[in-house]
Design a protein around this ligand. Structure first.
Ligand SMILES: Cc1cc2nc3c(=O)[nH]c(=O)nc-3n(C[C@H](O)[C@H](O)[C@H](O)COP(=O)(O)OP(=O)(O)OC[C@H]3O[C@@H](n4cnc5c(N)ncnc54)[C@H](O)[C@@H]3O)c2cc1C
Length: 478
């Protein structure tokens, strides 16, 4: 009996897996995961996500074993590995879910030129190529895109996990997961990741725990000290739970009150929608005016970048966020916005440096979501507010009651009162071991405006002259 390869990518689950269901319906199935560090080039899986991948693959292999199946692990250029495996096993086709990252699209085209590749919709609420406006064109702005998506909802009902997976007559050899050395050892910096449970069961448990809170999500989601968001992003990125499952259970639990949460789930898909239309969106400005932006570079900028990555900027909320990222592999969304804005606008460092740091440190690093959000915050994105709108960390911090959040990640400040902790140096407190602000807020505003004017007008001399009027600079208090 001939078999088919089931190619797992960012869909490490058995429930609601249309590609797996289709492969099972046709006969024997060889499940395979390929660790490809070549095709994605600079976007190969980052350090933190390797930890997640190890545990998620391990969980998937256990679930397949319960069904008397196996997970075949291979490493190398995915197209070469899969074509080799087809020849080796005599399989007649490959089933996989559609993916929109540019390297997967290149790989799919290469494979489809040689063998039968069945691509299924299964990792998204809708195929972004089917969401078109009245003129038949794709959307780049979120709101009209989301409204169009809503017209196509609800998505298909989630499929059950298969109760049986037909096996091939002989199994091909598999790598040992441990040999991939995905886990950090010297040193083991993953100890703070212990609160996560990678894998499908962990994803489903996290979602079940969040569901009763979903109606309050819109109100509490901006307060990092509260457990108000789902903390599902790494699970969703690795496809341990499908967006379709999220949609149906959220709508059943909360009806119209689930809308804010589901719109955030849709934001992730909008990121892929942008990357699908602009494959270089993670590297190139969405707005050409940013191509001549005078980003800082050199030793001083490098030192500032290092201080930002280590949570040593002297801005408590920024430092708490960057340390949360390093310790736990995750950062609350509001704090991601504040830390990203600080790098780009206060420190005038190119958003791409921050994007790459996040890529390596985030457990949920996702090409579309990361690029879209960095470009949004920087102002360079196709749907971003103007650069001159700047987040004020010292306003955001008390507004969203971040005192306890800061205490959790910046122990040097834990003893301070709520009215001191957001800006210790402004209240005359100098906690030992905690740095002075890397730059004053007013100075940073003036420098950012001058840089923006230089980019906008093409008058780069004005930067050196300091001859830019500050009027019109708009300090956003979100
Ligand atoms: C600079 C910056 C970089 C980011 N990089 C990433 C990234 O690489 N990967 C990533 O998944 N998210 C990214 N985000 C979006 C967001 O911060 C995270 O998705 C969110 O914090 C995850 O936590 P949660 O699961 O509790 O989200 P919830 O608020 O509970 O939302 C549910 C799900 O919706 C999706 N989602 C929520 N907010 C956004 C958003 N703004 N954009 C896209 N999807 C969203 C996520 O899949 C999330 O799990 C970034 C945001 C910023 C400002």
């Amino acid at each position: 009996m001939s078999s088919a390869l089931l190619w797992f990518r960012q869909d490490l689950r058995l429930h609601d897996h249309p590609a797996l269901a289709a492969a099972v319906a046709r006969g024997a199935v060889i499940p395979v995961y390929v660790l490809d560090d070549e095709t994605p080039e600079e976007w190969r899986i980052g350090g933190a996500q390797r930890w997640w991948l190890h545990h998620s693959l391990s969980a998937l292999a256990r679930s397949l074993a319960v069904l008397s199946s196996r997970l075949i692990l291979r490493r190398g250029r995915a197209a070469d590995v899969l074509l080799g495996l087809m020849a080796e096993t005599g399989a007649d086709s490959i089933h996989a879910h559609r993916a929109y990252e540019p390297w997967w699209q290149r790989t799919d085209a290469e494979i489809a030129g040689e063998v039968t590749l069945h691509l299924h919709d299964g990792n998204h609420l809708a195929n972004p190529r089917h969401l078109l406006n009245g003129a038949g064109a794709r959307y780049r702005l979120f709101t009209p895109w989301f409204n169009r998506l809503l017209e196509q909802m609800p998505p298909p009902r989630p499929l059950p996990a298969p109760d049986h997976i037909p096996t091939p007559d002989t199994w091909p050899a598999s790598d040992e997961l441990a040999d991939w050395a995905l886990l950090p050892t010297c040193p083991d910096w993953s100890q703070g990741f212990g609160t996560w449970t990678p894998g499908e069961a962990g994803a489903r448990a996290a979602f079940r725990a969040f569901l009763p809170k979903i109606a309050d999500y819109a109100e509490v989601r901006d307060f990092p000290a509260l457990p108000g968001t789902a903390r599902l992003s790494p699970h969703i990125h690795f496809g341990e739970i499908s967006p379709t499952t999220l949609w149906h259970h959220a709508a059943k639990q909360a009806g119209a009150h689930a809308r804010t949460f589901l719109s955030e789930v849709a934001w992730r898909e909008h990121g892929l929608n942008l990357v699908d239309q602009m494959p270089d969106y993670a590297n190139s400005n969405g707005r050409a005016v940013f191509d001549s932006f005078p980003w800082r570079s050199g030793a001083e900028a490098d030192a500032d970048f290092t201080a930002w990555t280590r949570g040593q900027t002297g801005y408590p909320v920024v430092d708490a966020g960057m340390r949360e990222l390093w310790q736990t592999g995750w950062m609350h969304n509001r704090v991601r916005m504040i830390t990203a804005s600080f790098l780009v606008k206060h420190l005038l460092i190119d958003w791409r440096r921050g994007e790459r740091w996040f890529w390596d440190c985030l457990l949920d690093a996702d090409l579309g979501a990361n690029a879209m959000n960095w470009q949004y915050v920087a102002g360079s994105g196709v749907d971003a507010p103007v650069f001159s709108r700047m987040m004020a960390p010292l306003v955001q911090s008390p507004k969203f009651e971040m005192a306890d959040y800061i205490r959790a990640f910046v122990p040097e400040l834990a003893h301070l009162r709520d009215d001191e902790i957001h800006a210790p140096h402004e209240t005359g407190v100098s906690p030992p071991g905690y740095p002075l602000p890397i730059i004053g807020h007013v100075e940073a505003r003036a420098r950012a405006l001058a840089a923006w004017e230089a980019a906008r007008t093409g008058h780069h001399d004005a930067l050196a002259d300091g001859g830019i009027a500050l009027s019109g600079f708009d300090l956003i208090r979100m």
